[in-house]
Design a protein around this ligand. Structure first.
Ligand SMILES: Nc1ncnc2c1ncn2[C@@H]1O[C@H](COP(=O)(O)OP(=O)(O)O)[C@@H](O)[C@H]1O
Ligand SMILES: [Mg+2]
Length: 310
């Protein structure tokens, strides 16, 4: 408890802080996949840049604790998260085009250092990133994740009230499709709407004859969408130069028109028109500790949310 002008000011619980911060953000979207290396971070970074280019305010949270790539792909390795000395909030690293980034890689002095965290530590780090970062008011928070359906995805889905939805990224071959089906079933199990599927590395355009070559098979993503009843948001080709641009931390979309950049822009425009902002109020969520503090409030009744939630 803090004293403020003679009045007692209640310290907010972590759940209340998360709820307040997430309600200031319109759309909160988890990017996930069954397999590693299929392009989750690529989709996150390029969608963030595409949304920012459309004039939206964007934040990116990297929940890939063991393999964070957000700093590198935005070209901001070597930058560090700072703390506001007055509010003790974490201040995100901001890109030239205004995207607010938070990743564990902005807290590590050596990017090659391994992060050895067990599940509870990952949960605690992700909750802190949700509760204690000064995200401010944003149109979008894109949440990059490691492959699979484990601690990090659960931490996001169970702690962001009214998470807007999940985008599943896959490549077209059978093994990736099989694992992506698990991401879709996970999202459904935890009642998170699936916004759609992005098929990455769908084909390669032959630099000699210009023909499309379906190296990993054809239409795997489309078939999965039909089977599971989710929209196919787009098919992104394997693009010469994209991987190098990302290695160098360059904004691929500002490097000139390409087939992949057109698809990223289309997906961003579709999401903005089709997906509505979400808030805890939509689902009647009351965070733990909300309402008055029973010890400080003489009129507290058994209906008070702070009593109901313990
Ligand atoms: N469509 C693409 N064309 C060319 N390279 C790509 C494409 N998508 C991803 N890559 C490259 O493939 C590698 C893995 O992508 P990444 O986004 O890191 O996958 P994930 O986050 O799922 O592990 C990166 O080096 C990335 O630059
Ligand atoms: Mg990644």
């Amino acid at each position: 408890m803090e004293k403020n002008n003679g009045e007692q000011k209640k310290e907010l619980s972590q759940e209340e802080k998360i709820c307040m911060k997430m309600d200031a953000i319109g759309r909160k979207i988890l990017i996930m996949s069954g397999k590693g290396g299929v392009g989750k971070t690529t989709v996150t970074v390029n969608l963030a840049n595409a949304l920012a280019a459309l004039g939206h305010t964007v934040g990116v949270l990297d929940t890939d604790i063991h393999g964070p790539n957000i700093a590198k792909m935005f070209g901001l390795e070597g930058r560090f998260l700072e703390e506001d000395p007055e509010t003790c909030e974490i201040i995100p690293v901001t890109t030239d085009n205004g995207i607010r980034l938070v990743s564990l890689s902005f807290a590590l002095p050596d990017p090659s250092q391994a992060v050895v965290f067990r599940g509870p530590m990952k949960l605690s780090a992700i909750k802190q990133f949700l509760a204690d970062v000064r995200w401010g008011s944003l149109d979008y928070l894109l949440i990059d994740s490691p492959p699979g359906t484990g601690d990090e995805q659960l931490a996001v889905c169970q702690n962001i009230p009214a998470l807007t939805g999940a985008i599943v990224v896959t490549t077209p071959q059978k093994v990736a499709i099989l694992d992506s089906a698990k991401s879709i079933s996970f999202a459904r199990d935890v009642s998170v709407p699936v916004i759609g599927l992005v098929e990455n590395m769908s084909y390669l355009i032959c630099p000699h004859c210009g023909e499309k070559q379906y190296i990993f098979g054809r239409d795997g993503g489309k078939k999965l969408c039909i089977e599971t009843g989710i929209p196919l948001l787009g098919s992104i080709p394997m693009e010469t130069g994209l991987e190098e641009a990302e290695d160098n931390g360059e904004n691929w979309l500002s490097k000139g028109d390409s087939e992949s950049s057109a698809v990223f822009r289309e997906i961003a425009a579709y999401i903005h028109s089709a997906i509505k902002p979400t808030s805890s109020k939509d689902i009647g969520y009351v965070p733990k500790g909300a309402g008055c503090s029973p010890s400080a409030c003489s009129s507290c009744t058994s209906d008070c949310p702070s009593r109901k939630n313990g």
